[in-house]
Design a binder for this molecule. Structure first.
Ligand code: PMP
Length: 387
């Protein structure tokens, strides 16, 4: 845990603002998602003039002193939020999370020497993104499902006892928050393989034992800002095992060696991650956001539970996510009406994932608490009118 973000220090941090500024809606989108207005305002100013340099943010050379500072700030803010020390590398890579499923396998699963057994990747298939992740991984290395969520319609994430033996796996891959289905791991699983976590939709949202992992990755469009960039946190001891014969642009070791600029990096995305991490840290970091996010989500779960079965969550109550709240309505027509009426009241981005249906409210760190109360009130009134 980051000593700078303990509950005690978090108490001293003010709450993030709870009402959207004039002309803004409550944006429940899964991603790209809502960002803090102060960060947006800073980016707006920096686009035309970065820190009095006479150059806009998008015009700065990635080898110049201004970008040196941007990169150093981003590394420092991410480290402060993550609470990771010098035994970890922080990397920023172009592209989304999806690229990393195959990249991680190429980097960390050696191809077997003749006659030797090919190492494999253990996968917990807990939802759409881990399912897709396994498919991506299987393009380059063998995988084995050690938990198959399809057998329980993805209604929960597995306990340790439900995960098949991972002995011999190069690593165990799982997704800490299932953005589509609305389930979330309460803590990292205990398995007999290094943990690799897709934390795209709940990074920095709560205290979580990052140190239990070998590697975590998260793309930008949720708690880290802009899409099209991915942050990787990797333990140096794990990175030492990486295949260094890969093309350099696919090699995590090369990104570590070059401080994430082996070529022209996504400079804007790095700045956005830096500002998002700085904002998260200023408001108390994961330790402060954990209870705040739980309280936000509780408003919506209360509306679900109080609806007499009108709103139907598909997940077990003990696995409910505080980031992505997903539920079904009695019919598709109800969903269409819900989405249209909500939108007319400034509650936007609520339609569920196209492969899951229903309604989904994503309430990432920057989503204001007030918006959850407003949605809960809307849900109560809608259920009364349509139940
Ligand atoms: N993993 C999770 C948990 C996600 O929520 C998403 C996107 N919503 C992805 C992976 C894919 O991310 P990207 O689009 O950046 O590849």
């Amino acid at each position: 845990m980051n000593p700078m973000t303990t509950a005690a220090t978090a108490m001293r941090h003010p709450e993030p603002p709870t009402t959207p500024g004039l002309g803004r809606v409550y944006n429940f989108s899964a991603g790209p998602a809502c960002m803090p207005e102060t960060v947006l305002a800073q980016l707006r100013d920096e686009i035309t003039d970065f820190d009095g340099s006479g150059m806009g943010l998008l015009e700065l050379s990635h080898r110049g002193p201004a970008y040196d500072r941007i990169l150093a700030d981003a590394f420092a803010s991410v480290r402060a939020c993550a609470g990771v020390g010098a035994d970890w590398e922080v990397l920023f890579l172009p592209g989304g999370s999806m690229q990393h499923f195959s990249l991680i396998a190429m980097n960390f699963v050696p191809t077997a020497k003749a006659g030797a057994e090919q190492p494999w990747v253990a996968f917990a298939d807990t939802g759409l993104w881990s399912h897709k992740g396994e498919k991506e991984t299987a393009c380059v290395r063998p995988t084995k499902k050690v938990f198959d969520g399809a057998t329980c319609r993805f209604d929960h994430v597995p306990s340790d006892a439900e995960i098949a033996d991972c002995t011999g796996a190069a690593y165990f891959a799982y997704c800490s928050n299932n953005t589509v289905e609305g389930t979330q791991f309460g803590r990292p699983p205990h398995v007999a393989a290094p943990l690799v976590c897709d934390a795209t939709s709940d990074i920095f949202s709560r205290p979580f034992d990052l140190n239990a992992h070998a590697l975590l990755f998260a793309s930008g469009q949720k708690n880290l800002g802009a899409s099209g960039i991915t942050m990787v946190l990797v333990k140096k001891s794990f990175l030492e095992r990486a295949d260094t014969s890969l093309p350099p642009m696919l090699s995590y070791a090369n990104f570590a060696k070059t401080e994430s600029r082996p070529n022209t990096p996504p400079t804007f995305g790095v700045r956005v991650i830096g500002l998002m991490a700085q904002w998260t840290h200023e408001f108390g970091g994961p330790a402060a956001f954990g209870p705040r996010n739980a309280a936000k989500a509780a408003h919506i779960y209360k509306a679900i539970d109080g609806s007499g079965g009108f709103y139907r969550p598909s997940m077990r109550a003990d696995c409910r996510s505080d980031m992505s709240i997903s539920f079904q309505l009695p019919s598709d027509a109800h969903v269409d009406r819900f989405v249209a009426e909500a939108e007319s009241e400034g509650l936007c981005g609520l339609r569920g994932h196209r492969e899951w249906g229903g309604i989904r409210a994503c309430v990432y760190n920057a989503f204001p608490a007030k918006g959850c109360e407003v949605l809960a009130d809307f849900m109560g009134a809608f259920a009364k009118r349509n139940g």
